[in-house]
Ligand binder design. Structure first.
Ligand code: GLA
Length: 740
């Protein structure tokens, strides 16, 4: 890994074994982008890569020169209106009404490792030799403003982290209305665009289309990163598959309103931008103030989508997630939500926990309904103290009973919310986000607290830390169940109202930071009505997230497949729930429910007392299996093999241990077949030389399993499967491979 500056040609070359990224100071002193892709050898001068041409109807920068137009050169952090007419990376409204800026090269520095971002989640290094960071300072003399573009190149990863920081050193108030985290101009448009979209209970479904001239984008305007679109998109070559070809992944480490956009101009060049959504954004930068954008990560792969995902997985697992739980196999949990909803007593909870403990579960999680006047969803949010009608001895008492069973205890919070029927609201009605003299819309009968205000965050921290200090709580599920409407803060002046959405998220990060710092052994799981805020920003604080409220195994195949494009298996909260399923009312075998949830953090969302003894025995076996293999499942190398978005009846994925001696292949069939063909799935990541014993039965070499495939045909309907069950609809298997 090296970052080189060639003084004579004013060129930066960031290079490691996987990528080259080349930047050049342009003739007008702004920054140009020359190349991003497979590594190329370094040279003093890459000026031949600077494409310039005379084109009619073009505006040019220098009088008398009909070649140099920003409309036609690739740039690093462009602005609008000084010959470039595409959407910009930066826009600043100035006191005289102008929005024209001119950030020109001033200086650079290269440092070992990676500096932290103030108040924001970001990737990090533990040793200085893991990465180098280039900071290029640009200056707009007229505004008296500096712009620092930061590029971190990781030594052994095909990944580049980027962010921008603005400082107002002048004497005018400036308003940042666009401040993207990255811009990447690419020389052609021969890409497919992949986005991960959906809604409540069908999060992160993969959508693919060809790029076309014009704009393609996904965004959030909801205050959260959202169920609707994830802050992650991929540009891949049309011929790229899961297993081969070029792909570029773009991921924003942010949990609020974002924009990810590809603008293809009519000369077929592509401008990718990603960052805080400029829609509604207006950040006042007074003299002396600075603004830091969130971080965006670009991953380059020449080994298909699996290669791209594996780079994201390892980076986010090891150098974004943090703390005690980062490298630890996750406890198998039981959550009472679908078992009881609001209808529980302390004894009922303990009975659920006892059964779970008996079957091997390690952590009991008490979900919604334990606090304030919360016996339905009209009351209680904001009052984070136990309801003693339900829990006579409070959380401390219940936690002790769970502890006495030999289990860990976890608790649900929704700290950003308030019901009007709560002590908090009665004491502080102005702490709720709403616009003066306008109706305040509700979501699930609740309202959003103004986390841009420090006193609000302090107050909630006080209540949560009291419980965590007093009771034996090992886990927190942090939920967030509505979008932000009528966005307005009673504490911000008129010219700062456009800051609210971002300040809100900074407040959320602040609370997460205080809790994770002061209670470092607590495992946090993020949640937002399922996967409504499943993003890298929260992964920095909470190493796992509840992927979806949809716990149906068949639905989950798509959700988890899409989620795995960016996020590691150790981050994907996945549970076994009852049948008929509570979201889609489907009946699936209990084996399949577990076979899907095993590729996640694993747990149960039901009352085991209500299962038959035969089912209980299966549960015990599932838990034994998870305990035996969870290190590999959660931290091994994950490969997607058959896509449920391409094949409507089958899906498959697998994990391989680091030493390649253990592999687990999940294979899922939607509907049963009668008298069907043979099916094989070609495996990945095995050692071709090793001979693997499959399910303790047949033995195959790694090369056979990868090139010829694993026979997965389990007999026609009515026949016995190899594991002696009758094959049914929604059937599945996990094949276990051990190298001999
Ligand atoms: C959200 C969560 C669920 C559950 C409920 C409780 O919907 O996603 O898992 O915690 O809230 O109200």
């Amino acid at each position: 890994m090296q970052i080189i500056f060639h003084e004579s040609s004013r060129t930066f070359h960031l290079q490691n074994n996987d990528i080259s990224y080349i930047i050049k100071v342009l003739p007008n002193d702004q920054l140009g982008q020359l190349y991003f892709g497979r590594p190329v050898r370094d040279r003093e001068n890459f000026d031949h890569l600077l494409e310039m041409n005379h084109r009619p109807m073009t505006s040019y920068v220098f009088e008398g020169n009909k070649m140099f137009s920003l409309d036609h050169v690739k740039q690093e952090y462009p602005s609008y209106g000084t010959t470039d007419f595409r959407h910009p990376a930066v826009e600043i409204a100035q006191p005289n009404g102008s929005r024209i800026t001119n950030f020109t090269y001033h200086s650079y520095s290269i440092s070992a490792g990676k500096p932290a971002l103030d108040g924001l989640p970001a990737t990090y290094t533990e040793q200085d030799d893991e990465a180098q960071t280039l900071t290029i300072t640009l200056r707009d003399e007229l505004l008296g403003a500096d712009l620092e573009l930061s590029y971190t190149l990781f030594a052994d990863r095909a990944a580049l982290a980027r962010s921008a920081r603005f400082t107002n050193n002048g004497c005018m108030d400036l308003h940042l209305t666009t401040a993207m985290s990255l811009c990447l101009d690419l020389p052609d448009m021969n890409y497919e665009w992949l986005q991960f979209s959906g809604a409540w209970s069908r999060e992160r479904h993969l959508k693919t289309r060809r790029l076309e001239q014009g704009i393609q984008s996904v965004e959030s305007t909801r205050g959260t990163s959202s169920h609707n679109h994830n802050p992650f998109v991929v540009l891949k070559r049309p011929e790229t598959t899961e297993f081969s070809g070029e792909a570029i992944g773009f991921s924003l480490i942010y949990s609020g309103n974002f924009l990810a956009q590809a603008e293809v101009d009519t000369w077929n060049t592509t401008r990718m931008t990603m960052g805080i959504n400029p829609f509604g954004f207006d950040w006042k930068l007074a003299p002396g103030e600075a603004f830091q954008t969130p971080e965006a990560v670009i991953v380059f792969s020449t080994t298909g989508l699996n290669g791209m995902s594996q780079t994201f997985h390892k980076l986010y697992q090891k150098r974004l997630a943090r703390g005690y739980w980062r490298d630890r196999a996750r406890p198998i949990l039981i959550n009472n939500w679908e078992a009881t909803y609001f209808d529980f007593t302390e004894d009922k909870l303990v009975r659920i926990a006892e059964a779970a403990k008996n079957d091997g579960v390690e952590l009991f999680v008490l979900d919604d309904g334990w606090f304030g006047e919360r016996c339905n969803d009209f009351a209680g949010l904001g009052d984070w103290f136990a309801n003693t009608d339900r829990l006579a001895n409070g959380i401390t008492g219940l936690a002790e009973r769970i502890d006495a069973l030999g289990m860990k205890f976890g608790l649900w919070f929704e700290p950003e919310m308030v019901n009007k029927d709560s002590d908090l609201y009665r004491a502080h009605p102005d702490w709720m986000i709403c616009t003066p003299n306008r109706r305040a819309s509700h979501g699930r009968n609740q309202f959003v607290l103004d986390y841009s205000r420090k006193e609000v965050v302090d107050y909630i921290y006080g209540m949560m830390s009291k419980i965590l200090s007093e009771a034996k709580v090992s886990y927190i599920k942090w939920d967030m169940n509505r979008c932000i409407t009528e966005a307005y803060s009673a504490s911000l002046p008129a010219d700062r109202q456009g800051e609210l959405f971002h300040r809100y998220i900074l407040g959320v990060y602040d609370l997460y930071d205080r809790l994770t710092t002061n209670f470092p052994h607590v495992l946090f799981e993020s949640c937002a009505s399922g996967g409504g805020r499943f993003d890298p920003g929260l992964l920095y604080y909470a190493p796992q997230g509840w992927a979806s409220d949809d716990s149906d195994a068949i639905e989950r195949i798509k959700i988890q497949y899409g989620t795995s494009m960016c996020y590691p298996i150790s981050s994907i909260g996945a549970h076994v729930s009852v049948v008929p399923n509570h979201q889609v009312f489907r009946v699936t075998p209990i084996e399949t429910r577990a076979n899907v949830a095993h590729f996640g953090t694993f747990g149960y969302e039901l009352d085991l007392n209500k299962l038959t003894e035969e089912e209980r025995e299966k549960v015990r076996e599932q838990i034994r299996f998870m305990k035996q293999y969870r290190e590999v499942l959660q931290f091994g190398t994950f490969y997607r093999l058959i896509s449920p978005f391409e094949n409507s009846n089958f899906a498959s994925w697998m994990v391989v241990s680091e030493d390649q001696k253990t592999a687990l292949v999940g294979y899922y069939k939607i509907l049963n077949e009668v008298n069907g063909p043979y099916h094989r799935v070609k495996l990945c990541g095995l050692n071709p030389e090793f001979s693997y014993c499959v399910d303790g039965e047949s033995v195959h070499y790694g090369d056979e399993l990868m090139h010829i495939g694993l026979l997965t045909t389990d007999g026609a309907a009515g026949e016995l499967t190899p594991d002696k069950r009758k094959s049914t609809d929604f059937d599945s298997r996990i094949f276990v491979l051990h190298a001999e």
